[in-house]
Design a protein around this ligand. Structure first.
Ligand SMILES: [Zn+2]
Length: 217
């Protein structure tokens, strides 16, 4: 039973798609935990093995292990960690990325990505969002985008406000052994501690035309 006052939408199987391993916890962790708490089966697919190229290849294994542990804390059932190099997604084909995303979760009735419609979005995040949009279109599934941006009602976007599970998110973040205590990611996340998160509905399964126009993506 969920005790959230602003519950997540009812989803049977959710595929959470991120560009970098830390995105799954720092950005999406509170929302993933809230879905898992509501009974949704969550599968995470992460397209690259890090934020930057590793000088020591072994660190990739450490990060895969850390992400596996973190995922259990936020209640995800499974993680697929793909091996694209960080910073290279802009050169990867959208169709190929979408096919890899679909391979990870063909039975998902909803997908979750990080909103990359803002002007300062990381190029890997932009590519990931576009590929996830294509995967959602192929599946005919709903696509939610987690966002920190202020609501933009003039764009006609449907926005859901949901309660995040910060306790589980914190436990998941503690699993990232390779992240220094003073890393800016930590301080950025610590500034974002309110209970609620916002999800933009980028695509719904119930309409024939997508909620977002192609220009938005
Ligand atoms: Zn990222």
């Amino acid at each position: 039973m969920s005790n959230h006052t602003k519950p997540v939408p009812e989803v049977r199987r959710l595929l959470a798609v991120c560009a970098h391993p830390y995105d799954a916890t720092f950005a999406l962790g509170g929302v993933i935990a809230a879905f898992a708490d509501a009974g949704t089966a969550v599968h995470i697919v992460c397209l690259t093995h890090g934020r930057r190229t590793d000088a020591v290849p072994r660190r990739r294994l450490d990060r895969a292990r850390d992400l596996g542990r973190a995922s259990r804390h936020i209640g995800a059932e499974d993680v697929t960690l793909l091996d694209h190099a960080p910073g290279t997604l802009m050169t990867a084909s959208i169709d190929e990325l979408a096919a890899e995303i679909l391979d990870a979760g063909r039975d998902a009735d909803a997908l979750l990505a990080i909103d990359a419609t803002g002007p300062d979005a990381h190029p890997d995040h932009v590519r990931t969002m576009r590929a996830t949009y294509r995967a959602a279109t192929r599946l005919g599934s709903t696509l939610y985008a987690w966002t920190l941006r202020a609501p933009q009602p003039t764009r006609g976007q449907q926005v859901l406000v949901v309660d995040a599970d910060r306790e589980r998110q914190r436990a998941a973040i503690a699993c990232h052994t390779g992240l220094p205590a003073d890393d800016p990611l930590r301080s950025r996340w610590l500034n974002h501690q309110q209970r609620e998160e916002r999800l933009i509905v980028l695509r719904t399964e119930r309409v024939l035309s997508p909620v977002a126009t192609r220009a938005d993506l």
